[in-house]
Every structure is written in structure tokens, then in C-alpha cells.
Write a protein that binds this ligand. Structure first.
Ligand code: R5P
Length: 298
């Protein structure tokens, strides 16, 4: 078995390799001057089963192409199988047509991944089931829940009934319920409507939060618009303190500054996406164990 890392997942791959007591296999990346990507596999992999780790995060198009090209390079070099591990799976938000004329990128990306020869895909907290349903190869969705719950347990000082887990939209309801169940707290959600991709038109809270410490949970933070708006609504409704836990810290545009200046007290994310910019409020938890355990079990 060999573990390869794409450029977006080197740190996480190092942790996973350590847990598995192996070394990341050698590969080399180069770019033509127009940024076309060249990959070279630098060790013997004939007949080997490969785990290829690459989050398709910003720059999404480049990291995605790198994943596909690496898979092709492995298979061209005689690998038996290549399993794609995408801790963060980009393009999963476009999972249905919301406005006429739109594509369904989640299906397109599944076709591209399958065409590259990848035999299975493993990710974490995928945005919606539509992605797994787009694949004809095995698709595994791991969860941030255990690592997150352990951390939250260590932070919850008061009575659990003073806490509430809230999903900032209908899609986050199941996630909120799962985390609340493992923590032993109540859960609720907000009904969110969007007018276009990154603009929210309305938000309605579906529970009473007066006096509660609320932990908002979501799959990802993009511009930060959803959680900042949700946090403001919760405060207006009487919540004591609002913190946020999301699996993927995409943090687009000026999201980091907006979050630092918001009323949110703490932002907890996993390291599925490397976090280069750290702010006081940001806590990054490693999910290396989830991925190592998954690889060990196969
Ligand atoms: C939406 O359905 C997702 O689960 C996230 O709530 C959303 O993508 C977050 O995006 P933003 O931070 O840009 O509001």
C-alpha cells in the first residue's frame, strides 16, 4: 500500500502517514508556463494499491486537475488500484438546478473522477447525498462528529441543558441532530432562503434560544455569510453566546476578517482544508485519525 499526497493535502497526509507508520510516497509536480500541470511518480508502484489524498479546495480547478492527473500517472506506472481520498470535495454545492440554465457540477465531477480510473472515493461530511448518488464506484462519507464532540465535551462547563446545537439551514438539520445526540443537548435549525448563490434573502429560527449557549454547526464556511447572519439572528433572539463548528473552512474572500469582527465567539473547523491564516477565534482540529482508521480497516 502506498500513500500519495496532492499539493493541497500535504500536512494532513503527513499526519496520516505517521499514524500508519509509513512515509508519503515520492512524487514531483511541475507546471508549464501556462500552469498546465505535470506530475511524476518517483518510486516503484507496480501492483500497489494507492491511496491518493487531495482536497479539491481553492484553487479548486487546479487541485481537481492535479488529483485526476496524479491518478492517471499512478495507473500509467502500473498501480493496481487508486483510491481517491478527498477530505474536502469541491463543487459539491451545485447539486441541483436552482435557476434554469445551471449545471449539476457534482455529477460532472463524479464522471471526471471515474474517467481518471479512480476505484473509490472517500470524503468527509459531503454537502449533500446527491454527490454519493452520482457515483458508480464506492463512495464513503466520514464524519467530523467524534473529534468535534470530544472537543466540545471538554469545553462545555455548564449544564448541558444550557446548550443548544443549531443548524443554520434545513440541510444542516441532520448534522445538528447527530452532534446534539452525541453531546446530549437539544438541537434546532433555521430555515434559510437564498436569492442567488451567495446571497441570503430570509432566515427564520425554528426554536427558542433565550439564555442558551448556541453552537451553530454546518458542513462548510464559504463567505461566512450564512453563519454570521445566523449568529446575529440567534443573538437577537436572546442567545447567550454563539460559537460555530464547521467541517470545512473554505473561508472565501474576506471571510476570515468578517468572522474575526463578528459576534461569534469561537470558530471550530477541521483540517480537511489547510488553514494558512490563523485568527484568535479560530480552532483547527485534526481529522487525521478518522482517515488513518479508515485506511487501516480496508
Ligand atoms: C449551504 O447549504 C452550506 O451548507 C453552507 O451553509 C454554505 O455553503 C455556507 O456558505 P457561506 O459561508 O458563503 O454562506
Amino acid at each position: 500500500m502506498k500513500l500519495f499526497a496532492g499539493s493541497s493535502s500535504i500536512e494532513l497526509a503527513e499526519e496520516i502517514a505517521n499514524n500508519l507508520k509509513i512515509k508519503i510516497s515520492a512524487s514531483e509536480f511541475e507546471r508549464f508556463s501556462d500552469r498546465e500541470c505535470i506530475v511524476r511518480i518517483k518510486e516503484e508502484i507496480k501492483g500497489e494499491t494507492i491511496y491518493l489524498l487531495q482536497s479539491t479546495c481553492n484553487p479548486v480547478n487546479e487541485t481537481l486537475m492535479e488529483l485526476l492527473i496524479m491518478a492517471d500517472a499512478c495507473l500509467n506506472n502500473g498501480a493496481h488500484k487508486v483510491h481517491g481520498i478527498l477530505p474536502y470535495y469541491g463543487y459539491s454545492r451545485q447539486d441541483r438546478i436552482t435557476v434554469p440554465g445551471e449545471p449539476i457540477t457534482t455529477k460532472l465531477i463524479a464522471k471526471l473522477i471515474e474517467a481518471s480510473g479512480i476505484s473509490s472515493v472517500t470524503t468527509m461530511d459531503i454537502h449533500s447525498k446527491a454527490t454519493s448518488e452520482s457515483f458508480n464506484i464506492p463512495f464513503n462519507d466520514l464524519h467530523f462528529t467524534d473529534t468535534l464532540t470530544k472537543y466540545l465535551e471538554s469545553k462545555i462547563k455548564k449544564d448541558k441543558k444550557d446548550y443548544m446545537i443549531v443548524g443554520p439551514d434545513h440541510g444542516a438539520l441532520e448534522r445538528a441532530e447527530r452532534i446534539a445526540k452525541s453531546l446530549g443537548t437539544d438541537s434546532a435549525h433555521i430555515e434559510k432562503k437564498r436569492s442567488k448563490a451567495e446571497a441570503i434573502s430570509t432566515m427564520e429560527l425554528q426554536a427558542k434560544v433565550k439564555g442558551k449557549n448556541v453552537i451553530l454547526v454546518d458542513d462548510l464556511i464559504g463567505t461566512g455569510g450564512t453563519i454570521i447572519r445566523a449568529a446575529e439572528l440567534l443573538k437577537k433572539e436572546g442567545a447567550e453566546e454563539v460559537s460555530v463548528a464547521a467541517t470545512h473552512g473554505v473561508f472565501a474572500n474576506d471571510a476570515v476578517e468578517r468572522l474575526q469582527n463578528s459576534i461569534i465567539s469561537e470558530i471550530i473547523v477541521s483540517n480537511t482544508i489547510p488553514q494558512r491564516r490563523r485568527i484568535d477565534k479560530l480552532t483547527v482540529l485534526s481529522v487525521a485519525e478518522e482517515f488513518s482508521n479508515f485506511i487501516k480497516k480496508i
